[in-house]
Design a protein around this ligand. Structure first.
Ligand SMILES: [Zn+2]
Length: 192
């Protein structure tokens, strides 16, 4: 309870798991809207009536698992497919029941996406890095694919896991900057 109020009083920083959950929602929306809520495997549409006279829902499915830590693919729409529940989980050749379905479907229909998945299935990015999450959020809101190279550049520019030695190094560098500052008066941010 105390912690919550502390968080509210300080900057309104959203918790990282909250941000990542939001990203999954944005990812799903982007994947589903790409086909206007139509199953990419059988062509069923959201709201169609199934055999049991119930309205069909369309799900967004990760072709390559979303449960791999820091895998960049979990937030890229090229790794997603819109599917009805039968094609998703319940049919004998559904994506969940038959792992070969993914490869065959990609090979037949979206070689570009297969190529992308195969080239990036081991690519990881620091998903505790707020700058990276922000960039991913912007892309997903725009319903665009991720720019993995850009994410990697952000990671280099804003590395998170700094060890003590590195911090000391930075401290030394900033001290040197301060010492050198008077001689270069051009960029003095402190007005006296
Ligand atoms: Zn289907």
């Amino acid at each position: 309870m105390v912690k919550k109020s502390k968080i509210k009083k300080s900057k309104k920083l959203r918790r990282l798991p909250t941000i990542r959950n939001k990203l999954f929602k944005l990812w799903s929306e982007a994947v589903l809207s790409r086909t206007d809520w139509t199953c990419e495997y059988c062509g069923a549409k959201k709201g169609d009536i199934n055999k049991n006279q119930k309205k069909i829902k369309i799900d967004a499915h990760h072709l390559f698992s979303r449960n791999v830590k820091d895998a960049v693919l979990k937030f890229d729409i090229r790794n997603g497919i819109a599917v009805c529940p039968i094609c998703h989980k319940f049919g004998s050749n559904s994506f969940h029941r038959n792992p070969i379905t993914t490869i065959i479907w990609l090979q037949k229909n979206h070689f570009d996406r297969l190529d992308f998945v195969l080239n990036n299935w081991t690519t990881t990015i620091d998903l505790n890095n707020r700058k990276i999450l922000e960039e991913i959020e912007n892309k997903l809101k725009a319903k665009e694919c991720l720019d993995i190279q850009k994410l990697q550049e952000i990671q280099k520019l804003y590395p998170l896991k700094k060890k003590k030695n590195k911090i000391e190094g930075n401290l030394f560098e900033s001290l040197m900057e301060e010492i050198n500052q008077p001689s270069s008066s051009s960029d003095s941010s402190e007005d006296i």
